[in-house]
Design a protein around this ligand. Structure first.
Ligand code: NAP
Ligand code: GCO
Length: 266
């Protein structure tokens, strides 16, 4: 039965930065497909916020404080999860930040911080889980990419550089570890309504849409922002045996933005 291939029963999944937003929605979806869930976030307050939200959603999870840019912390995190739940089968590299600053006004320190969290952190987490996946006979790594893995725009030079690099890290992990039955793919969300994009959707003083909000609506054939829940089905697919021959692919979940020139302004 083909639908059985989408089940995740007895699989152990780590979703990074998953106290809220896209990570939370993906963790909820993987849990509903049968996976045991572990998540981390950058501080105890966020982990506690996440634990409360998961409990309210009826999801049993393990939560851990871990900065994904700190390799020692990540290696400790993996050991704790292995002791609490077992060897990780699925890693969703979701944690990230964005800094919207015109490039020539951006400090090298800020640029490095975005690269460190949005790209180096994903390398550190993938490096930490791959040995266990090899021993276990396989695994799934899902890197949360972006429209900015393909496109640029004003003020997001660091973020676009990181997400472009994450696309190639995805392809390289697929290339280097595919022979161990590890599939590494990317999920490329379009513009999703989360706290990270809230500044781009703020209502103007006169009650009108934020200009960027109106722009994204015109650029999206679906005529709407995505929701974190729009990502759960694609995430379950990439985490499951249904995608065992999909490797090094970036699955864009963008409502059609990348295919569309955009609606003519009225
Ligand atoms: P987000 O605001 O990007 O938050 C991601 C989570 O990661 C937050 O809880 C954040 O904590 C945490 N985090 C930040 N730095 C960390 C670190 N060093 N170690 C561990 N955790 C860390 O939320 P989102 O909008 O749900 O985005 C999730 C992912 O999707 C990100 O990778 C983002 O780039 C990507 N994405 C988002 C969109 C969108 O439209 N929202 C579209 C495409 C891709 P803090 O709250 O303290 O920052
Ligand atoms: C921005 C947005 C985007 C989204 C997302 C699009 O400022 O343009 O934050 O970067 O977060 O990455 O896929």
């Amino acid at each position: 039965m083909v639908l059985e291939n989408f089940r995740l029963d007895n699989k152990i999944a780590l979703i990074t930065g998953a106290s809220y937003g896209i990570g939370f929605a993906i963790a909820k979806g993987l849990s509903e497909a049968g996976a045991k869930i572990a998540f981390n976030d950058i501080n105890q307050d966020l982990v506690d916020k996440g634990l409360k939200a998961y409990k309210e959603a009826g999801i049993s999870v393990k939560g851990y404080v871990c900065d994904i840019t700190d390799e020692k912390q990540v290696q400790e995190l993996i050991k704790k999860i292995e002791a609490d739940l077992g060897t990780i089968d699925i890693l969703v590299n979701n944690a990230g930040i964005i800094k919207r600053i015109p490039m020539i006004e951006m400090s090298a320190e800020d640029f490095r911080k975005v690269i460190d969290i949005d790209l180096t952190g994903q390398f550190i987490c993938a490096k930490a889980v791959i040995p266990g996946m090899i021993k276990k006979g396989g695994g799934k790594i899902i890197n949360i990419c972006s429209m900015m893995s393909e496109l640029g725009r004003e003020t997001v030079s660091a973020y676009a550089s990181a997400k472009g690099g994450l696309k190639m890290l995805t392809r390289n992990i697929a290339s280097e570890y595919g022979e161990y039955n590890i599939q590494c793919n990317g999920l490329g969300p379009g513009y999703i309504a989360t706290p990270q994009t809230a500044p781009l959707r703020e209502r103007q003083a006169d009650g009108s849409r934020h200009p960027f909000d109106a722009f994204i609506i015109a650029k999206t054939p679906a005529g709407r922002w995505g929701t974190p829940e729009d990502l759960t089905g694609p995430a379950v697919f990439l985490a499951s045996e249904a995608s065992n021959f999909v490797n090094g692919h970036i699955l864009y979940v963008d409502g059609g933005i990348l295919a569309y020139i955009g609606k003519q302004p009225s």
